[in-house]
Design a protein around this ligand. Sequence first.
Ligand code: PGA
Length: 323
Amino acid sequence: MEDLKTDSLIRHASLRQLQILEAVARLGGYTRAARALHLTQPTVWMQVKKLSDVVDLPLFEQIGKQLHPTAAGRKILAAAQDILERLGQLDDDMMSLRGEVKGKLRISVVSTAKYFIPHLLGAFVRRYPDVEPCLVVTNREKMLQRLRSNEDDLLIMGKIPENLEVEASAFLDNNLVVVAPPLHPLTKKRSIPLQSLLEENFLIREPGSGTRMAIDQLFADVGLQIKPYMNLGSSEAIKHAVMSGLGLSVLSLHSLRLELAGNHIAVLDVEGFPLKRRWYAAYPKGKQLPLVARTFLDFLLQDGKDILQDIPEQKPTASAVRR
Ligand code: PGA
């Protein structure tokens, strides 16, 4: 005989109710959830009440002005998140089987890649207008956490992680250069020894950044240790600090197009630079890429370089790269 107690959610709850509960918990209220789901506030409230009646427990409680899930609410929320995620993947799989390049494209990129990936996404969406890109920009360390928990379809990074099993394809060059304010005396010198940088105020990205890792490695390889004058959390902050005369730094050429074009920053001719790296698109080994992600990967490999060449401020500065 059927067990009436264990299947009451299957019989009386709906996927729509789980979606509503998730939205109320995530957005912290019935009105905001209603707005996000294009429903009325009483409908949202009523659906949460119906779900609460099925389990015979309250799912939210009001503390001050805040709505919080109860213990039962949290349990159902965790299950709802799993179920909705799984259904999202199922939708992707069905679209792939129908051969449709559409739906969510989840990409996470290290912060330096934000200077060129939006241009490539723009070109991709023009070709496939039904694709919905979701872009997360973070530093290398946080991106590797996302890779471990399989939160994205593709990850764009400057170095393949050694201790994680990934499929990775290089699709673009990434040259790191030493930058200084345009009137700095070193701009007049050629083949500046790496050691000279130790005498300068050196500005460096935060620990966890891939750029920072590459610089630390370069100095370590020749037995030097750089003492950073200042740690700054982003390439933008570093550029402004360099332009204001606070010190020198090493940045990816991709992040410097506008400043170089406007002569606001200068590239120094330092031995060992440009530090030549590549950009990789990666995903966990064994992952079945949805068709939209597979198509974007092919697009990066086939067309990525040419598309960036055609964008004026993305054109490589020949003099900076040739050294
Ligand atoms: P970052 O990474 O933006 O975290 O410095 C860049 C890279 O890995 O080259």
